[in-house]
Write a protein that binds this ligand. Structure first.
Ligand code: ZN
Length: 485
C-alpha cells in the first residue's frame, strides 16, 4: 500500500512558458522518498531511502541522514523510463483512421495520406496543446521523458514561420507546462522519396535545405536552454526516403556526439524503394555509410534479415521499437530474439501515439514474439522474468537514446522515478519481478501511482498536477477538428 504523506511535498509548479523546470523545487529542503521495495542497479532492495537534491538529481540512496527525514512513502519504486520516439501532433488523429471506407487496400501509405491531410490544418497553438496532452499522458503512464522526433516545422504552404523554430518552441513550451523531461530531435526532411522527388503538398511543412535545417537547430537552442539543465537535444534525419547522403553526413556533424535518430526499415515497400534507388537494403546502407555506434537510435527495425539484425545489434546502436504503432500500422514483427541474443539494445516509443501506455507497449512487444514463435516468456532470461528483463532493457536503452543520465536509482542520476501501486487486486506478491510482470501483463497504467521527472513530482495518486487544465485545452483543439476527416 502506498501512503503519500501530504504536505511534506510543497512544490511550486511553473505552469506556463517561459517559466522553467528549475522552479519546481523547494528551497533547500531535502525531498525524501521511502520505498518498501526499490529496483536499484544491484537488483531489488527493501526499505530503501532515496534523497532528491534541489538540482533534480538523486543526491543519495540509503544515507543515514535521510532515513530520519519524513517524506513520501511508496511501495515499489522503479526508475521511470524514457519514451524514445513520438510525433506528438499525431495523437490528435488517433481513432480517426480505423475505417476502411472505399479503400480495400488500407495500409501504412493510405494512413499517411490521411495524416498529411490532417496536419495541413494544424497551427502552432494546436501543436502546443496537443504536445502538452501527449506529455501529460506519458507522465501518467509512467514515463519521465519524451524524446520528440519533431518534423512539423513550417506553415501549411511550406513557408517558414517568422521564427523558424516556432513549432519546436511550442513543443518546448508544452514541456515547461507539463514538467516532462524533454529531448528534442529536430528532423531533417528534404525529399518525397529515395529518388529525390519533390515533396507532396502534405509534406511541404517538413522541408528544409541544409542551411535552413542548421538555422532551425540553432534557433531552438535558447528556448531549450531556458527549459532547464535536464533538457536534451539531438538530430534526426528522417529516413533514407527523405534525405540525401549529404544530409546524413551533415546531420552527424550537427549532432556531434548527441543522440542521432532515424527511421530505418518500417515497411517492406520502403525496403524495396531503398534497394531500387540506392542499390542495397536500408541496414546495409547505414552500416556502409553512417557508421552506427551507441549514439544512434534506429526507429522501426522491423524489416531486417537475420544477418542484418546481428550486424546492427553488434554496433551498440539502439533499436527504437514502437510495438503498438507497428501493430496499428500493420508493419510486421521485430526479431527481438535474435537482436537481444546478439547483445542488441532496445528502447520503446509511442510513435503515432495511437495510444500512450507504457505497460501496453511492453506487453505488445512480448506478445508479438509469442504469436510469431508459438511460445511463451520469449524475452525472459534464466535469471529475470519477462517483465523485469524488458523493463530494465528499455529503461537503459531509453537513457542512451535520450542522451540523459537516467535509468538508475543512483546518486548523481536525474531523479526520474516511478512508484507502482502494489495494493491493486491484480497483485498477489511482494516479489519485485512479479510486481513488474503484473503491471505489464495483468494490470495497466492505472497502477502508476507517483512519477517524478528530474525531481519534479508531476504525477500524484495517478494524476498529473495540471490534468484538468491540459485536458480542457486539448478538448478545445479536438472540437475544432470534429467532423473534418
Ligand atoms: Zn516515427
Amino acid at each position: 500500500m502506498i501512503i503519500v504523506i501530504k504536505g511534506s511535498l510543497t512544490f511550486h509548479y511553473a505552469l506556463l512558458y517561459p517559466f522553467t523546470h528549475k522552479s519546481l523545487s523547494t528551497g533547500n529542503r531535502m525531498t525524501i522518498i521511502h520505498a518498501d521495495l526499490a529496483l536499484l542497479p544491484s537488483g531489488w532492495s527493501e526499505n530503501v531511502c532515496v534523497a532528491l537534491g534541489d538540482d533534480g538529481c538523486i543526491s543519495a540512496v540509503n544515507s543515514a541522514d535521510a532515513r530520519t527525514v519524513a517524506g513520501s512513502r511508496v511501495a515499489c519504486l522503479l526508475p521511470a523510463p524514457v519514451n524514445a520516439h513520438s510525433h506528438a501532433f499525431q495523437r490528435a488523429m488517433a481513432g480517426l483512421t480505423e475505417r476502411r471506407g472505399k479503400n480495400l487496400q488500407d495500409n501504412f501509405w493510405t494512413w499517411r495520406e490521411l495524416m498529411y491531410r490532417f496536419l495541413e490544418k494544424l497551427t502552432p497553438e494546436h501543436v502546443q496543446a496537443i504536445a502538452a496532452m501527449v506529455q501529460m499522458e506519458m507522465l501518467e503512464a509512467g514515463y519521465a521523458t519524451n524524446v520528440e522526433f519533431h518534423y512539423l516545422h513550417h506553415s501549411p504552404d511550406g513557408t517558414p514561420y517568422q521564427n523558424r523554430a516556432e513549432m519546436a518552441d511550442r513543443i518546448i513550451a508544452a514541456a515547461a507546462q507539463t514538467g516532462v523531461g524533454l529531448t528534442l530531435l529536430p528532423v531533417h526532411y528534404q525529399f518525397g522519396g529515395c529518388d529525390g522527388r519533390s515533396l507532396t503538398r502534405g509534406q511541404v511543412r517538413f522541408k528544409n535545405d541544409l542551411d535552413g535545417f542548421a538555422a532551425l537547430c540553432e534557433g531552438l537552442r535558447p528556448s531549450l536552454k531556458r527549459l532547464g539543465p535536464d533538457a536534451g537535444f539531438g538530430i534526426a534525419p528522417h529516413s533514407l526516403r527523405a534525405v540525401s547522403k549529404d544530409s546524413f553526413i551533415h546531420s552527424r556533424s550537427l549532432a556531434s556526439g548527441r543522440p542521432f535518430h532515424m527511421h530505418l526499415a518500417e515497411q517492406t515497400a520502403e525496403v524495396d524503394e531503398v534497394l531500387h534507388y540506392l542499390g542495397c537494403r536500408p541496414v546495409e546502407w547505414v552500416l556502409e555509410n553512417i557508421g552506427p555506434n551507441p549514439d544512434c537510435c534506429f526507429i522501426h527495425c522491423t524489416q531486417m534479415l537475420p544477418h542484418e539484425t546481428k550486424a546492427l545489434a553488434q554496433t551498440g546502436a539502439v533499436a527504437g521499437l514502437c510495438p503498438m504503432t507497428e501493430a496499428n500500422l500493420g508493419d510486421g514483427i521485430f526479431d527481438g530474439v535474435t537482436w537481444l541474443e546478439t547483445g542488441g539494445r532496445i528502447a520503446i516509443g509511442s510513435d503515432s501515439n495511437i495510444r500512450i501506455s507504457l505497460s501496453e507497449e511492453l506487453r505488445s512487444l512480448e506478445y508479438s514474439q509469442r504469436l510469431r514463435d508459438k511460445s511463451r516468456t520469449v524475452l525472459a532470461t534464466s535469471a529475470l522474468s519477462t517483465g523485469r528483463y524488458i523493463f530494465e532493457a528499455m529503461t537503459l536503452g531509453g537513457a542512451q537514446v535520450a542522451g540523459r543520465k537516467t535509468g538508475r536509482i543512483e546518486a548523481g542520476y536525474w531523479a526520474d522515478l516511478l512508484a507502482i501501486d502494489t495494493s491493486a487486486i491484480t497483485n498477489f506478491s511482494s516479489n519485485g519481478d512479479v510486481i513488474i510482470d503484473t503491471f505489464i501483463f495483468a494490470g495497466d497504467d492505472r497502477l502508476v501511482q507517483e512519477v517524478w521527472s528530474a525531481g519534479r513530482h508531476v504525477v500524484t495518486s495517478g494524476r498529473h498536477f495540471a490534468h484538468k487544465q491540459i485536458t480542457e485545452t486539448y478538448r478545445g483543439v479536438l472540437s475544432a477538428f470534429r467532423g473534418w476527416l
